[in-house]
Design a protein around this ligand. Structure first.
Ligand SMILES: O=C(O)CCC(=O)C(=O)O
Ligand SMILES: [Fe+2]
Length: 433
């Protein structure tokens, strides 16, 4: 293993755990002391009121439930519908996979402001779009492992806000790259509690054994360019100071060494996260309510966690970095790596763990029936990639394309790779200076 691979592995194994989710809690503002505690608790949360139109007319309920509100929860539950989820391309109601009720945003309004959560720079850089109100009741509320269905290339995360209401169980387990974090909100009733995670992370809600767990879910979209998202998800996910990383120093030293890739080449790193991808055209007015339209180049991905950090290291050294999707074959969740064989002809799609060469196009890849279609769509640029990490394979636990929280959307997740162009050594002096 060369020095860069080793430094990269060290970096990924030491930073991989804490960089895919974060959470916190905000104490409720005491309801009997209006205004008084404002200065002591700048981030305290006023009671949260939901209004909806349901059986018998208009209703409202305020959390935490006090006085008359205590009797209103059954009405809210009654006006919710059994929560479905996406399985492959279908909307499925299956209480053995998800047992909960939910209300769509078309049916209710809530006065909770997600931007008070104290997440750094949230309002400027993120659109938090309210998605659903969910209720998981004892004795059987739960939602098995799934990933949140991507809706747009700029969607990078999910936010779950747990309203203050007594319950037991119902832990939210978020998994990524063999690590997991559990957010257990059963013990604290005097606070709004929240968790945010990158949306391609698998998560599940454990059985609610007492009471009712009431949540608001939000889709998080990047408002601005990926680079501006650094530090977004709070302290824990703050970008590492790239120049202080051993990886930075090792890459810098390699670039300064004329013997390292004298002729130049391409380094490849398989991304830790999966990314939503579509083939839509570039100009997408996604926030018409704000009067804005964002230019989203096809190839731009809102990089997440360690992927962002790795890209930042190479960019900080002045290198050209691209992120490309990995081509996928039709009717298979396994990835295909296309490579040029010894023969002149295309080898066809081989599901292979071949590490030497891969077909990478300017546009990324997509599901194609035949290699010819891929070449038609994307051209036939071939690059010799030196992979610094192992090729990732899907395994039986990979639920990305199977269990979503919504079916049949136009986006899917794709595996991606970071490609770094290493100029010939004669041209590298400007990098290390
Ligand atoms: O209520 C929650 O904790 C999250 C629900 C969820 O994962 C979803 O709706 O996709
Ligand atoms: Fe979810």
């Amino acid at each position: 293993m060369d020095d860069i691979s080793k430094a990269l592995r060290d970096f990924l194994s030491s930073h991989g755990a804490s960089t895919f989710s974060c959470g916190g809690s905000i104490p409720m503002k005491p309801s009997h002391a209006p205004g008084q505690d404002q200065h002591q608790h700048p981030h305290s949360c006023p009671p949260v009121t939901a209004r909806w139109t349901g059986t018998g007319g208009d209703h409202h309920i305020t959390f935490p439930l006090e006085g008359e509100d205590a009797a209103r929860l059954p009405a809210l539950v009654r006006d919710c519908v059994p929560a479905t989820f996406g399985k492959d391309d279908e909307d499925v109601l299956d209480p053995t996979y998800r047992s909960a009720v939910a209300m769509d945003t078309s049916k209710f309004a809530v006065d909770f402001d997600p931007y008070i959560l104290g997440i750094q720079g949230l309002r400027q850089s993120v659109v938090a779009e309210l998605y659903k109100l969910n209720i998981y009741e004892s004795p059987s509320g739960f939602f098995k492992s799934h990933v949140d269905t991507p809706r747009h290339e700029t969607q990078f995360g999910s936010l779950v806000v747990c309203l203050p209401h007594p319950h037991q169980g119902g832990g939210l387990v978020v998994r990524h790259a063999g690590k997991d974090v559990t957010f257990d909100w059963s013990s604290t009733e005097g606070a709004v509690q929240w968790a945010a995670f990158y949306s391609d992370c698998e998560h599940e809600i454990l059985n609610v054994t007492e009471g009712a767990r009431v949540t608001l879910t939000y889709n998080l979209y990047a408002r601005t360019h990926p680079a501006d998202l650094e530090g977004l998800l709070g302290q824990e996910l703050a970008p590492v100071d790239v120049q202080s990383l051993p990886l930075y120093e090792v890459v810098r030293a390699a670039m300064a060494d004329p013997a390292y890739k004298t002729e130049g080449g391409t380094l490849g790193v398989f991304c830790s996260h999966a990314y939503p991808l579509s083939h839509e055209q570039t100009k997408v007015p996604i926030w018409p309510e704000d009067g804005e339209a964002i230019d989203i180049p096809n190839t731009s991905m809102v990089l997440k966690g360690t992927d962002l950090a790795v890209v930042s290291v190479f960019k900080a050294l002045g290198m050209v970095v691209q992120v490309k999707s990995i081509l996928q074959g039709k009717n298979t969740l396994r990835h295909c790596y296309f490579y040029h064989g010894d023969d002149e002809d295309w080898p066809g799609d081989r599901q292979s763990d071949h590490l030497g060469q891969t077909l990478v196009t300017e546009e990324g890849g997509h599901d194609c029936a035949e290699i010819e279609h891929i070449m038609e769509a994307f051209g036939d640029e071939l690059r010799d990639v030196t992979w610094l990490t192992d090729v990732k394979h899907n395994d039986g636990h990979f639920v990305h394309l199977t269990y979503g929280n919504e079916p049949g959307v136009m986006k899917h997740y794709t595996q991606a790779a970071i490609l770094v162009t290493v100029p010939p050594s004669a041209e590298r002096s400007r990098l290390s200076s």
